[in-house]
Design a protein around this ligand. Structure first.
Ligand SMILES: NC(=O)c1ccc[n+]([C@@H]2O[C@H](COP(=O)([O-])OP(=O)(O)OC[C@H]3O[C@@H](n4cnc5c(N)ncnc54)[C@H](OP(=O)(O)O)[C@@H]3O)[C@@H](O)[C@H]2O)c1
Ligand SMILES: [Zn+2]
Ligand SMILES: [Zn+2]
Length: 403
């Protein structure tokens, strides 16, 4: 039997979430039912609640893919987890398991296979053709049901609230840092830049330092973040300081950009050595303009990286536990979620992660609205789709700005 659970639901692209109920699927034999304790608020939640990416956006939407909780019950074939275990769920809850990416242990790049067309099953905002059009709902809710193979274990002793952001922000930086060798001997010779010092950026700096990277630099637009960068053992480069950027020219082996909005990326290619890598993890809705000369003339690589595999996810948690890496979080009650979303849009999270305490989400919980959330302030992406179309509030008389 399916279960009715409490959730913070966005009915449409208004950017506002409200307390409502949703149905969780009937437990399958390999499923674990998880009582969600905490869920982080990622900037990707904001992009999707606002339908500002060029993707399909399904409503009603329950965001949240930094989920930690306790196993409540298990299906009869579950072997990996038992009732009472501390577990986490990240950005996807299944994949086809037989495409070349899945076979190589890179489920995050699953493109599906002839039998299973859905490819990666994102934790939310994903309509599953293989399951009769089931819509996935994320972690801004009190419970979730997930196949045991897409669940990870939260190491003993790790505080659950600060572990939550590791499920997206953590792994999204852990994966490319590992891929480029930062956690090997090579890292001891590397100069690495983390651009954009928000939720992901904080994790990038902490992970790179803990991996033993020779030199870690924060590249930020915000002078106020200098102290925090230095306290974490990083250098600081103010991106508006052209002279400082010139002094650092051709010196970085790797820069990982977490910037959430469009900016002039070409200025930063000059910072890379010959054969250096500029890795995008930030997903600005309206993209970036690349000057080919800046890449071609020094054989620099522009690459991207999406979250991480299931192995990366468990490795991230284990690494953080072993190296005492925690995410600095601001824990908030469910009633404050709209305030947090408005703050995140204004960059008021600083370098921290907002995390919702789901025990505060009860049937009677009144979720505050926030006047700062005004759908006229962002664009529903012109190449995206809002499904159903009636959930696009910009079609209800609000002025729709050109994307
Ligand atoms: N690839 C993936 O798998 C993946 C996973 C999770 C999230 N993401 C994406 O990563 C991005 C960051 O997420 P987050 O949760 O870390 O967000 P966040 O906490 O809001 O941090 C984003 C940072 O981007 C910088 N920034 C904002 N506007 C900018 C602009 N116009 N130009 C340059 N920099 C700007 C700011 O850093 P400074 O003030 O320091 O400049 C800000 O702190 C989002 O686009 C999100 O969707 C991608
Ligand atoms: Zn995320
Ligand atoms: Zn696959």
């Amino acid at each position: 039997m399916s279960r009715t659970v409490q959730a913070l639901v966005a009915a449409d692209t208004s950017g506002i979430v409200r307390n409502a109920t949703i149905e969780r699927r009937t437990t399958r034999s390999h499923d674990v039912d998880i009582e969600i304790k905490f869920c982080g608020i990622c900037h990707s939640d904001l992009h999707q609640l606002r339908a500002e990416w060029a993707i399909d956006n399904y409503f009603p939407m329950v965001a949240g893919h930094e989920i930690v909780g306790i196993v409540n019950s298990v299906g009869e074939a579950v072997t990996r987890y038992a009732v009472g275990d501390r577990v986490g769920v990240g950005c996807f809850v299944d994949s086809c398991r037989s495409c070349s990416s899945c076979k190589r242990g890179m489920e995050q790049y699953c493109g599906g296979c002839p039998e299973k067309k859905d490819g990666i099953h994102l934790t939310y905002n994903c309509k599953l053709k293989d399951y009769g059009g089931e819509l996935t709902f994320g972690g801004y809710s009190t419970a979730i049901t997930v196949d045991e193979n897409y669940v990870v274990r939260v190491p003993d002793g790790m505080e659950l609230s600060s572990a939550a952001p590791l499920l997206c922000a953590g792994v999204t930086l852990f994966s490319p840092l590992s891929h480029f060798g930062c956690n090997t001997l090579k890292g001891k010779e590397m100069k690495v830049g983390i651009q954009g010092f928000g939720g992901l950026g904080q994790m990038g700096v902490k992970l790179a330092v803990a991996m033993g990277v020779k030199s870690v630099t924060v590249l930020s637009r915000s002078a106020a973040k200098r102290k925090e960068a230095e306290a974490l053992g990083a250098q600081f480069l103010l991106t508006s300081d052209a002279a400082a950027l010139r002094r650092e020219a051709s010196s970085f082996d790797l820069i990982i950009s977490t910037a959430a909005a469009t900016y002039d990326v070409n200025r930063f290619f000059d910072l890379l050595v010959v054969d250096g890598h500029y890795c995008l993890v930030g997903l600005p809705p309206n993209g970036l303009h690349v000057n080919a000369f800046k890449i071609v003339t020094n054989r620099r690589s522009l690459v991207g990286s999406l979250i991480g595999s299931m192995k990366d996810l468990q490795d991230t948690l284990n690494f953080c536990s072993a190296h005492n890496v925690e995410c600095d979080v601001v824990v908030l009650e469910a009633s404050k979620v709209n305030v947090a979303l408005a703050d995140l849009a204004e960059g008021k999270n600083g370098t921290k992660r907002f995390v919702i305490d789901l025990k505060s989400l009860l049937p009677e919980t009144k979720v505050e609205e926030d006047d700062r959330i005004d759908p006229n302030d962002w664009e529903v992406h012109k190449d995206g789709k809002v499904i159903p179309a009636s959930a696009d509030v910009s079609s209800r008389g609000l002025k729709r700005k050109a994307a």
